[in-house]
Design a protein around this ligand. Structure first.
Ligand code: 13P
Length: 253
């Protein structure tokens, strides 16, 4: 039985004061329920303060990115996995489409980041998904396969026993245009089947999140899909009532 994960990716937003208010409002509505894990991923400078604030609330802490290097050293501006662990992180996003598109992260670099996360005892949330052009030209599955294969080649199927995959169609991110239930279920089933070619049990247990304009009013139908095990939420995770309504939809699913 897979548990749900409802993850808020705050992206490059926030301040000490705004984060404190947001996280307190979220915490007030979260119950420690084994069925659903709640996660917030603030910008790195705020991991410490948010982490302290969510202690004992049952909310987990995650980072939005990490350095691919296996050891600390002369990599100005980068953040090592051990630092994220130090601050109480349990999860880290790798390969978010904004990192891939705006900062040139290749499949190979994402695979190194995935490896660095696991070596550092963080759970990677691997983000994959096609652009609008790729979808319209019928390449969705080929893109998902390529992005998964880069991780499988580098890390092996066993790595997915302790990882999460987020399907985030690029055309749905921040656009208000959500994938339909059929599109989401079809992509998720495909991702699971690709992993099942390597190990059926691991494929069955891996949590697959949907991300891309998830809101309070579409979360329940997305979470009702057989292969959708939660969401990776951007804009709606910055509003406590909206984020809590999405959490409630996961609890009710
Ligand atoms: P939105 O929910 O704002 O579309 O963002 C999705 C996302 O990129 C989460 O990682």
């Amino acid at each position: 039985m897979r548990s749900y994960l409802v993850a808020g990716n705050w992206k490059m937003n926030g301040s000490l004061a705004a984060n404190a208010a947001l996280v307190d409002a979220i915490a007030a509505g979260v119950s420690i329920a084994p069925k659903v894990e709640m996660l917030v991923c603030p910008s790195s400078p705020y991991l410490d303060s948010v982490g302290r604030r969510i202690a004992q609330t049952g909310i987990f802490l995650g980072a939005q990115d990490l350095c691919e290097q296996p050891v600390q050293g002369a990599f100005t501006g980068e953040v090592h996995s051990s630092m994220l662990i130090d601050l109480g992180c349990r999860y880290v996003l790798v390969g978010h489409s904004e990192r891939r598109a705006l900062y040139g992260e290749s499949d190979a670099l994402v695979a190194e980041k995935f490896a660095a996360a696991q070596a550092g005892k963080l759970i990677p949330i691997l983000c994959i998904g096609e652009t609008l052009d790729e979808r319209e030209s019928g390449q969705t599955e080929a893109v998902l396969s390529r992005q998964l294969l880069a991780i499988l080649d580098r890390n092996g199927i066993a790595a997915f026993a302790n990882a999460v995959v987020a399907y985030e169609p690029v055309w749905a991110i921040g656009t208000g245009r959500t994938a339909t239930v059929e599109q989401a279920q079809s992509a998720h089933a495909y991702i699971r089947s690709e992993l099942a070619k390597n190990d059926a049990k691991i494929a069955d247990l891996v949590r697959l999140l949907y991300g891309g304009s998830v809101k309070a009013d579409n979360a329940a139908s997305l979470f009702s899909c057989e292969d959708v095990d939660g969401g990776l939420i951007g804009g709606a995770s910055l509003k406590a009532t909206e984020f809590l309504a999405i959490y409630a939809a996961a609890l009710a699913a």
